[in-house]
Design a binder for this molecule. Structure first.
Ligand SMILES: Nc1nc2c(ncn2[C@@H]2O[C@H](COP(=O)(O)OP(=O)(O)O)[C@@H](O)[C@H]2O)c(=O)[nH]1
Ligand SMILES: [Mg+2]
Length: 344
């Protein structure tokens, strides 16, 4: 691309990043000011220590007035998560609810275009007052100790949104992580033939609080109805989750906006259930322990490998494995010994 500078508009000036005082940020978050929320969430994504410190300070300075209902919208890529959030988010806003949407885009580091793609699928939502949307990059905790999505969700809760919708990446380990960042794990499913259940991992279905068979419209309606029956049958075989909740399944069409009322009711029932017997607090506490264990693991790993001697041993053992001069069990034993030496 170098040498192409003559195509660049000589009058172009990058708009300077807005500078807000600490007090302005705190006030802005409390007032759900979209610009300030976007600003502070981008600090949560930053790799600069000073930015991360600011996020933690701001979080510290605002008390939670009312818990947000945090919903993870999960499901394979292409199942319709973004379109669903656009449709159902609209419904929530029409019910007088304020919503924050955090789409986690797996490709956002590669291409800015896909962020816009997600944004355009949320065309209707973008225009609504009461809806705040901030696409998140899926790169986890580059700079900070906690992933940006978790911090963003905490900021939105301090801002007092009724609902926070996190669109997950839709594949792999990230789905499990999302489970521990939300109060309700909503799994979107594609209408399919009889083989629905093979396509989705049982593990992910077991994590779901609500199943939504999406795209129940047009030529897919019959298939969707059949899928709903198979999922309902499959759910009967699952044990209730640790909260004693049994997942339920619903039909939805994001294009025809069908199924909104039933799903809204289901969601309200779910949160009512969570509100009883202190379940919601217990869920949050259990999740914070899980997240603490997970991220302290990462922190310990990173911190230990900052030790030069240990890092060298670690790399030497990888080299030895590559050469085939050591077996995996010996390599692990040796590393454990080195670590114990280092810590004693
Ligand atoms: N027929 C139908 N198509 C849908 C529906 N929701 C999404 N789609 C289509 O499914 C494709 C993927 O949607 P998208 O929201 O980007 O899926 P995501 O990758 O899960 O976020 C797009 O072509 C949508 O138009 C629906 O309710 N009905
Ligand atoms: Mg999407």
């Amino acid at each position: 691309m170098t040498g192409n500078h003559k195509n660049i508009n000589p009058n172009f000036r990058r708009t300077p990043a807005p500078q807000y005082t600490h007090a302005e940020i705190v006030e802005g978050v409390k007032n759900r000011d979209a610009k300030i929320l976007g600003h502070i969430i981008s600090k949560a994504e930053s790799t600069i220590d000073k930015d991360q410190d600011l996020v933690y300070e701001v979080l510290d300075q605002i008390a939670i007035e009312q818990r947000s209902s945090i919903i993870a919208v999960s499901g394979s890529p292409g199942v319709g998560k973004s379109t669903f959030i656009n449709s159902f988010g609209n419904h929530l806003v029409q019910q007088g609810k304020s919503i924050a949407v955090l789409p986690v885009d797996p490709t956002s580091q590669v291409s800015k275009g896909s962020i816009l793609g997600d944004k355009t699928r949320m065309d209707d939502l973008v225009k609504l007052k009461g809806a705040f949307i901030k696409p998140m990059s899926s790169s986890l905790s580059l700079g900070g100790v906690a992933p940006a999505t978790l911090l963003a969700s905490m900021i939105c809760e301090k801002a007092g949104f009724d609902y926070i919708l996190i669109e997950t990446v839709g594949v792999g380990q990230s789905e499990f992580e999302a489970r521990f960042m939300c109060d309700c794990f909503m799994l979107l499913l594609q209408p399919g033939g009889g083989d629905d259940l093979q396509g989705i991992k049982r593990g992910i279905m077991e994590m779901a609080d609500l199943l939504v068979v999406n795209k129940a419209d047009g030529g897919l309606l019959d298939k969707a109805r059949n899928s709903l029956q198979s999922y309902k049958a499959a759910l009967k075989l699952l044990l209730p989750n640790s909260m004693g909740w049994r997942a339920k399944a619903y039909l939805y069409s994001s294009i025809e906006h069908q199924g909104q009322l039933e799903l809204f009711e289901a969601l309200s029932d779910y949160f009512e259930y969570l509100n009883q017997h202190n379940r919601w607090s217990v869920l949050r506490r259990d999740q914070s322990i899980y997240l603490f264990e997970k991220y302290t693991n990462d922190i310990m790993h990173q911190t230990l490998l900052q030790n030069q001697g240990l890092k060298k041993d670690y790399n030497d053992l990888i080299d030895a494995l590559q050469e085939g001069s050591i077996s995996i069990n010996k390599a692990l034993t040796r590393f454990k010994e080195k670590l114990q030496d280092e810590l004693s």
